[in-house]
Write a protein that binds this ligand. Sequence first.
Ligand code: IVH
Length: 702
Amino acid sequence: MNAKAAGKSLRDIDVADLSEDDAKTELAALAAAIAAADTAYHQNDAPEITDGDYDALRRRNDALEARFPGLVRADSPSQRVGAAPAGGFAKITHRVPMLSLGNVFNEEELADFIAGIRRFLRELSDESIAIELVAEPKIDGLSVSLRYEKGVFVSGATRGDGAVGEDITANLKTIKDVPQKLTGDVPDVLEVRGEVYLPKGEFRALNERQADAGEKIFANPRNAAAGSLRQLDASVTARRPLRLFAYAWGEVSERTSETQKGFLERLEGWGFPVNPRIRVCAGLEALMQAYNDLGSARASLDYDIDGMVYKVNRIDWQERLGFVSRAPRWAVAHKYPAEKAETILKEIGIQVGRTGVLTPFAILEPVTVGGVVVSRATLHNEDEIARKDFRAGDTVIIQRAGDVIPQVVEALMERRPANAKPFAMPETCPDCGSPAVRHEGEVARRCTNRLTCPAQAVEGIIHFASRGCFDIEGLGEKHIDTFYKEGLLKTPADIFRLKDHEAALREREGWGDKSVDNLLRNIEVRRTIPLERFIGALGIPQVGEATAKLLARHYLTFAALRAAMVAAKVIGSEAYQDLNDINGIGSSMADDIVEFFADEHNAKQLDDLETQLRIEPFLPPQVVASSISGKTVVFTGTLETVSRNEAKARAEALGAKVAGSVSKKTDYLVIGADAGSKAKKAAELGVTTLTEEEWLKMIGDM
Ligand code: IVH
């Protein structure tokens, strides 16, 4: 029976409980309601519903689409690439996320990367089977995603945070390398990814024109390309000779090739520029050769590169290898060595982070390294400073590799001023004056005043509001710092009470009514927050985005997570074991998580936050009718056809949870050769056991 027949309004039913049919009806209704609200707001300037209700509709639409990706409508509000809202670009949600790459810096690390592939894809453990990799120059520009429907360019976006980018369609249309219409046999839907860059010669010419006109000088071609592409006025972009190299795909309606190399050839056939220095290599030696050859040619190229990208050529292998967190297992970037420069270390400063760690950093005489002006660099920790004996006044060598924070490598002793004094780490917090203590076995010294140290509080709120967390646009570091000093913000929950200070905000100098309106609106939008983002925002030591997602996927609701963490306080309890069993969470991380929730001060802040927010339960992505979705599976012993890691990844892709040990909650134990105690435990607990063959049959892989 559908919901209507049961006499209930669809709008009142949780997204998680809607059937596919009802979801379809609801998505149509949402598209109509949101379009009507948009017209009332933008065209007629006469809103008919509150901002809060409007955002609730949008979020419901997003959640439904996330759950049923097959039901996304062409006229869905999420697909609309309409006019940019005042002050910025419209957002485009990438149908297939735009990921980043892991890095290797030398031959040994590259060999490890290949060995990892051989371990993951079991049949490749036989070293006589060659793995072909495609070596491509890593273009140092801006990645973009170009969407074609029936061969016609319909929209284009920046990478953004990988999930949501900015709609720069109009700007991309001005680039002559971006084909407006594709030639030949093209899939109905084709998203092409590539790098937009400004040729070095054009960069120099642009800077000369800028200087003549008394305008801003760009530090390097990449910044110039970014500044040119993200122009609200596309006619400015049109005057900058930007170029494109295409190299990857996003959403495609059909498989276009069996290999990466074949795909690149198809790209050329459709009319995209592909880098001419791409090579197919059969092993480590050939890859290193390609890397060194490109390195020698680097200076003479008319575009900046920062390394080489190696991609497994066979696309079926790419698919099996899949991703870890945000980087593929089938590709890696091999960076060129860091660029170095000499300068003066003026002073050693101390920064206090959100967990109270005091981090020393170098304040430098500004110097240009690889096209970027550097005035600060990391010094890691006090031991490193002592080991290298860095002192204020020293002449130092600094280096910078890619996007990595610049580092101080060494001090030139022969140039040390006679009066330079050894550095001593402060024993009190430079911000609040409380004792800063270094516990045995730890490298870091921490401010002991966790409750009221301003630096810790401010850093915590900055993290909470930052892009990967609550992503509150308009609430930047400077504002948080000032609001903290003025007493408007003391804890993250206070952000949601800022509207009570609306009058005070409006009176601030330099703040127009519009910025206040925008800020308060952006805050209201975030009152509803997906569980994984909420967990990430808490700033639990060691818990980043990937771990937050693991926790969300395992516990599903915040209430369940909190209850489990309180129960896990008892070492050896079932809840503690359960947490430690999550694939990807180690014991030191587990201890930090438990400790965070056990802390009374944190508990109070969580209670407070819960009164302000609606934390959305984690919605497991709908997986194609799988017999194992939601089931807990444990693997033991050596499997024959696939590696244990590939088996785990496959189970997770089908919606199962993979655990490390057998308990009452285990649904299946898959037993390979030479299995040990787990099989015995499963027998005791009456857990269903499967042979590898039975398992493969069950998931339809045999
Ligand atoms: S492939 C999942 N190929 O490097 C694979 N990326 O550090 C995703 N880049 O965000 C990327 N040249 O902006 C790929 N030939 C190339 C590339 C390339 C430059 C950039 C790209 C990506 C970043 C990752």
